[in-house]
Write a protein that binds this ligand. Structure first.
Ligand SMILES: O=P(O)(O)OC[C@H]1O[C@H](OP(=O)(O)OP(=O)(O)O)[C@H](O)[C@@H]1O
Ligand SMILES: NC(=O)CC[C@H](N)C(=O)O
Ligand SMILES: [Mg+2]
Length: 506
């Protein structure tokens, strides 16, 4: 789940982009990149690592210009080499750089078509480079030396016709402006906002999550609607156009469960409020299943479950206690690339406060159980700390199916709930009791009257892929390519791959 940002400013945007990327860091910890443009020339810095490690003073100084885009990466396709970090660059037409959140489900077919019909060369295994070249080709078809907004929108319509899957995109077209668009299902989030610069002109910003706008000091205008594109031209003028023939708004449910920051608003839904309601619904379920429960304390698994766990405890009328302390310098474990790293990191990240566990019946609450890495370790820690009984509650239902839209869950067999009953999962994670949220309750908790979202992509829970193009053969191929055991063999980082680089000193 990557994070993207783009700013059309009235003064240098390098620091603003950097700050926005740090706010979006929770969406991708593997690599980061920024491209700015000044007098028709692009300036790039991208590399593997966290934002604070990728950009040093000398890189920041070289990122000149009042317009730019940025990306934080969590790979879901290709490999994790620096050459596959983003933004990507293509020199024709005009010179375009692009940052992508999501995952294309037909990138292999597109890759072939780009070579055989469009005579374009793709140099990496990244689906985002494919997406960039589809956009570039569609723009080239307009055959204009000075394209107008309608030509840009026709190119986006071409992307919608050819690309399948999930994409929240921001791109710069050299000398012309910044374009941003979202797939016709709106699977990945994308918002835009504005602020008034010191000279009185309007500055625009696009970001994966509204929290980035808040922190940088931009006011939210709207979500980029599914299938819609926005274009801010060289004169700073905003153009908005629906570019898809068919739109079916189904944002990713997992954004609300785990990925997004709680202080973000996605498609009119407050992630924070949705998580509070998830806690309420889960408490109702516990009360229905065990009216005479003996839970003495509710303990969240930091960080993401805090919001729902607090509300759950309130609703149960049981004490809420921070029984696990988190090392603030260790990032999210779920989005780390390998299982050994993930397991080690749970232990390094969380430590139990013994007195909250000793002799008590504790209910541990997490937002979700995916591979079971976190809950297995945590339950063992709770027992070591002297808990009498360790119960476990998940604010999301069983994660049963792979994700194909930008979350790296490629293999059903790696999911702890796959092929197991609830009781078998309980045994596998070592809990005394286990309860999951029901999918209907999760949907009800996430929906609000204020939003026009009536359905979600819940494919990881129900196996219904909203783009309608996923079959078992696709899932089998994805599993073979990306499952943990094969990642290290197949997806080796190749630092010798060619890409645009202004700075190769690291
Ligand atoms: O069952 P698993 O495969 O372990 O995945 C689920 C866990 O991973 C995530 O936490 P993470 O540490 O990534 O982030 P957080 O600090 O935001 O909770 C999520 O919040 C769960 O705790
Ligand atoms: N998580 C994402 O959004 C990934 C974007 C893109 N598919 C990549 O692997 O770089
Ligand atoms: Mg967690």
């Amino acid at each position: 789940m990557c994070g993207v940002v783009g700013i059309v400013g009235q003064s240098p945007v390098n620091q603003l982009l950097y700050d926005a990327l740090t706010v979006l860091q929770h969406r991708g910890q593997d690599a980061a990149g920024i491209v700015t443009e000044d007098k028709g020339k692009f300036f790039l810095r991208k590399s593997n690592g966290l934002v604070r490690d990728v950009f040093h003073s000398r890189h920041m100084q070289s990122l000149v210009g009042d317009i730019g885009i940025g990306h934080v990466r969590y790979p879901t396709a290709g490999n994790s080499s620096t050459a596959e970090s983003q933004p990507f660059y293509v020199n024709s037409p005009y010179g375009i750089v692009l940052a992508h959140n999501g995952n294309l489900t037909n990138s292999i077919e597109l890759h072939q078509a780009l070579f055989q019909s469009d005579l374009r060369h793709i140099n990496t295994t990244s689906d985002s480079e494919v997406l960039l070249n589809v956009f570039a080709h569609e723009l080239q078809l307009q055959a204009k030396l000075k394209p107008e907004p309608k030509d840009i929108f026709l190119a986006v319509a071409g992307v919608h016709r050819r690309c399948r899957g999930a994409y929240g995109v921001v791109a710069l077209i050299s000398g012309l402006g910044m374009v941003a668009f979202r797939d016709p299902n709106g699977i990945r989030p994308l918002v835009y906002g504005k602020r008034i610069a010191d000279n009185g002109a309007i500055e625009y910003m696009v970001a994966s999550e509204s929290v980035a706008l808040d922190v940088i000091g931009f006011e939210l205008i709207a979500d980029v609607a599914p299938g819609e594109a926005i274009f801010i031209d060289a004169a700073g003028e905003l153009h908005v156009q629906q570019c898809a023939e068919v739109v079916n708004k189904t944002p990713c449910m997992f954004e609300f469960v785990y990925f997004a920051r709680p202080d973000s608003i996605i498609d009119g839904i407050s992630v924070y409020k949705a998580r509070l309601r998830m806690g309420d619904a889960l408490a109702e379920r516990i009360l229905a299943l065990r009216p005479d429960h003996d839970i003495e304390v509710v303990i969240p698994i930091p960080d993401t479950s805090r919001t729902s766990a607090l509300q759950l405890a309130n609703r149960l009328g049981v004490n809420f206690r921070e029984g696990f302390m988190k090392n603030r310098y260790i990032g999210r474990t779920f989005i780390m690339p390998g299982q050994t790293e993930r397991r080690k990191s749970v232990r390094q990240k969380l430590n139990a406060i013994g007195l909250e566990f000793k002799g008590k019946n504790v209910l541990l609450v997490d937002d979700s159980i995916v591979r079971g890495t976190t809950c297995y370790e945590i339950i063992e820690m709770a027992r070591d700390a002297g808990a009498k009984n360790v119960y476990f509650a998940s604010a999301a239902p069983e994660v049963l199916y792979p994700n194909v839209y930008g979350i790296d869950m490629p293999a059903a067999k790696e999911l702890i709930a796959h092929g197991r009953t609830t009781d078998e999962i309980r045994q596998a994670i070592g809990a005394d009791w286990l309860v999951y949220q029901k999918l209907e309750d999760l949907k009800t908790a996430t929906q609000t009257k204020k939003s026009d979202v009536h359905d979600f992509d819940c494919s990881v829970f129900d196996g219904a892929y909203v783009t309608g193009d996923i079959d078992q053969a696709y899932l089998d191929a994805l599993e073979t390519l990306r499952k943990d055991d094969n990642k290290s063999k197949v997806l080796v980082s190749d630092s010798s791959m060619v890409d645009l680089h202004n700075d190769d000193e690291g």
